[in-house]
Design a protein around this ligand. Structure first.
Ligand code: PMP
Length: 373
């Protein structure tokens, strides 16, 4: 198998899966139970939470475990909207967000909030002048993803935060860091709220977290216990193994990126043989995500043809399959280009032989499909 869809999800690392099984078997007591089994689980829970906090350089009071990034985005954006609606009902988001953010915005719009979409320049970076113009006294939140899931465009979060603070120090800054964490160095001090997910960093599915700067008020969107943004029994095996996956994902970031960059360059150089294929990439795209447009071939046809050779690549994003690539349209303003994208997402686990096999089969399928035209 050649798996090149790491931005959709990653396989769970064997050592992470081992821990999952061990914790499930040996720590099945509810961390909230008063007896010894409960205390044993509670101890492990506290140690996993402390580990996550140490890695992210945050306090345990600044972190909420969620089921993933979609839930963290909901908690962050709706929670802020509910807590700060007296100050204003105006929210700004970028045009390069994940669908989950747009779904939340639509819900808020239906409930009396006003959403503005800040422009970006031709490289995909937020247009600071437009952001300045849009921020007003009633702006309660700005949400900009750290790395776009389709073209891998990375945003300068620190500068965005500075612009926001200058225009309105009361405006809260949220960033969906799902595609950035474990790939590039990110600093949670640059934001007030952040979302992330375990299954993008070789951890299990069904767990993620929301970072919430100390003393920042957001309202809960789930209810069930006192003083808790996320009530319910803590899923201990998920939390412990998320902590482990997070720790491993942060090791040797630069070395891993260098390796991934070599694969990325090799693929791009190869595609130069196919003059009709377009590379959708700006100088702010991280090498882990390589987006191309087939132009005169349907991406679904291509993806299924590759699948027959046990090779797996993505369409634009896993969550918006079959739809137009909003990020490609935004950058290139070309509908055909945006309707024919394939996302090749790479990992430090990707081997040279896998890239070779992918390129060989790519050519085979591409030439055959071109002949059929
Ligand atoms: N945000 C971004 C940028 C993503 O890429 C994804 C996953 N495709 C999500 C949010 C949703 O994450 P989860 O699957 O953990 O809910």
């Amino acid at each position: 198998m050649v798996y090149l869809d790491y931005s959709a999800t990653t396989p769970v690392l064997p050592e992470v899966l081992d821990s999952y099984i061990k914790v499930t078997n040996e720590y099945f007591g509810n961390p909230n139970s008063l007896h010894r089994l409960g205390s044993k689980s509670k101890e492990l829970l506290t140690s996993a939470i402390n580990q996550i906090c140490e890695i992210l350089k945050i306090k345990s009071s600044e972190m909420v475990i969620t089921s993933g990034a979609t839930e963290a985005n909901n908690m962050a954006i709706i929670g802020t909207a509910l807590a700060h609606s007296k100050q204003g009902k105006h929210i700004i988001v970028s045009k390069l967000e994940h669908d989950s953010v747009y779904g939340i915005c639509k819900h808020l719009e239906d409930n009396g909030f006003l959403i503005d979409y800040v422009s970006n320049n031709e490289e995909g970076v937020i247009d600071f002048d437009d952001l300045k113009k849009l921020i007003r006294p009633e702006t309660i939140l700005v949400s900009v993803c750290a790395v776009n899931s389709e073209l891998g465009i990375r945003q300068p979060l620190k500068t965005i935060k500075q612009v926001i603070n200058k225009e309105n120090p009361n405006t809260i800054f949220h960033s969906d860091m799902t595609q950035g964490i474990g790939k590039v160095a990110l600093n949670l001090n640059d934001v007030d709220l952040a979302s992330m997910s375990s299954h993008k960093i070789y951890g299990p599915k069904g767990v993620g977290l929301l970072y919430k700067k100390e003393n920042l008020k957001i309202k809960p969107i789930m209810f069930g216990s006192d003083n808790d943004l996320r009530p319910g029994t803590p899923p201990l095996p998920l939390i412990v193994t998320f902590a482990k996956a997070l720790r491993i994902s942060m090791l040797d970031l630069a070395k891993k990126e260098e390796k991934i960059n070599k694969h990325n360059i090799k693929i791009i150089n190869h595609f130069k043989n196919h003059t009709q294929i377009l590379i959708n990439k700006t100088k702010y795209s991280i090498p882990h995500i390589l987006n191309i447009s087939l132009m005169n071939i349907k991406p679904e046809t291509f993806i299924h043809a590759l699948e027959k050779h046990d090779i797996y690549v993505g369409s634009n994003t896993a969550c918006s399959k079959g739809k137009i690539s909003a990020a490609t349209l935004n950058i290139y303003r070309d509908k055909t280009r945006a309707l024919t994208t394939i996302r090749i997402s790479l990992s430090h686990l990707t081997k040279n032989e896998e890239i070779n096999l992918f390129l060989e089969k790519f050519d085979l399928i591409y030439n055959r499909l071109l002949e059929l035209k």
